[in-house]
Design a protein around this ligand. Structure first.
Ligand code: NDP
Length: 312
């Protein structure tokens, strides 16, 4: 097996920032890009809230910039996906889908999270053209417009409340006849005059010429009074949960009930010596690129200290 001092898994803002720091610290990091090179930011419309880009930047361009910055410090970037690991003892072992096998003294897990989608082909068709899974990222583009949010949990209520501050009208599409969200979030949504909750509704498709112009909805699906109708909207936001990409690490590191990797206190340590987690895979709360980058930096500094303290 190939031996490395620092192995970074994932190529979003957390992974690349960890790469920049560990590269500059001469740890000769090796980074595996994973399934979605550049991470979730490459699928958002435009990034306007990442400091340093006063005119905004496309997510793809920003990730290209950060990648090039990492390459400047000699980071070895490889395109493959980790399929299995053994974190029972150091050096930690990893297997990749291209056949690579790597032993690492330190590991920084930055595999991110993926928003869940309904599975409609129209979600792909209108990706970046009216379909979004992040209100904080894309809500700004819907000022004074009409949007719909799908979901009945805390995220959906939070996103609907956030969007109500920008949009002229927000529909909340809920498949059951109640909200699963906490009482306080429910109250916030139900008392907001800009939000209309559509209980017992499902989305069957989207329509529009050059972007989303509306959704095909069905009310009380499967019941005798099942009704189909079209709802004109400019934006369609998914808020039906995120899935942290932590499956291969679960046998070794502690996760919460959803699968987010737990880190110790204010550190990025997983509790396994020399194994750190950064970015969305360990962040159920903020899920922002800038926060991911910051945590990637912290994990890198901690990895560097760990190697120095253990003379590795
Ligand atoms: P949840 O799993 O809590 O809720 C998902 C929602 O999406 C549910 O209403 C669910 O409906 C709905 N849903 C799932 N699949 C579909 C589908 N295929 N079609 C239509 N609707 C669907 O996810 P959240 O992201 O909202 O929250 C995750 C966790 O994070 C929770 O524990 C939550 O409490 C927490 N959180 C807390 C916040 C806070 O405290 N401020 C903010 C955000 C999240 P159904 O109810 O029918 O299953």
């Amino acid at each position: 097996m190939e031996k490395v001092r620092c192995l970074i898994i994932g190529s979003g803002p957390a992974g690349y920032t960890a790469a920049i720091y560990t590269g500059r610290a001469n740890l000769a990091p090796v980074l595996y890009e994973g399934i979605q090179p550049g991470g979730q930011l490459t699928i958002t419309t435009e990034v306007e809230n990442f400091p340093g880009y006063p005119d905004g930047v496309s997510g793809t361009d920003m990730m290209d910039d950060i990648r090039r910055q990492a390459e400047r410090f000699g980071v070895d970037i490889r395109s493959a996906v980790a399929t299995k690991c053994d974190l029972s003892e150091r050096p930690y072992k990893f297997w990749f889908d291209n056949g690579d096998e790597v032993e690492a003294e330190t590991v920084i897990i930055c595999t991110g999270a993926s928003a869940k989608y309904l599975g409609l082909s129209d979600e792909t068709k209108y990706a970046g053209m009216g379909v979004s899974a992040c209100a904080t990222c894309d809500g700004f583009f819907y000022r004074k417009k009409v949007v719909a949010v799908v979901g009945g949990g805390d995220t959906a209520c939070e996103e609907a409340s956030y969007l109500a501050g920008l949009a002229s009208k927000v529909y909340l599409i809920v498949r059951k006849n109640y909200l699963r969200a906490s009482k306080i979030m429910q109250e916030r949504v139900l008392t907001n005059p800009k939000i209309e909750v559509l209980f017992e509704h499902n989305t069957e498709g989207l329509y529009g010429e050059d972007g989303v112009e509306g959704a095909h909805l069905v009310k009380r699906k499967g019941e005798a009074d099942e009704t189909h109708y079209d709802l004109p909207i400019d934006g369609f936001f998914l808020a039906i949960g995120h899935k942290p990409n932590s499956d291969i690490f679960k046998p070794w590191v502690e996760t919460d009930e959803i699968g987010y990797i737990k880190v110790k206190g204010a550190s990025q340590s997983t509790g396994i010596p020399g194994v750190f987690a950064a970015g969305d895979v360990a962040d159920p709360t903020y899920r922002q690129g800038i926060v991911a980058a910051g945590s990637g930096c912290k994990a890198a500094i901690e990895a560097e200290r760990y190697l120095a303290e253990n003379k590795l």
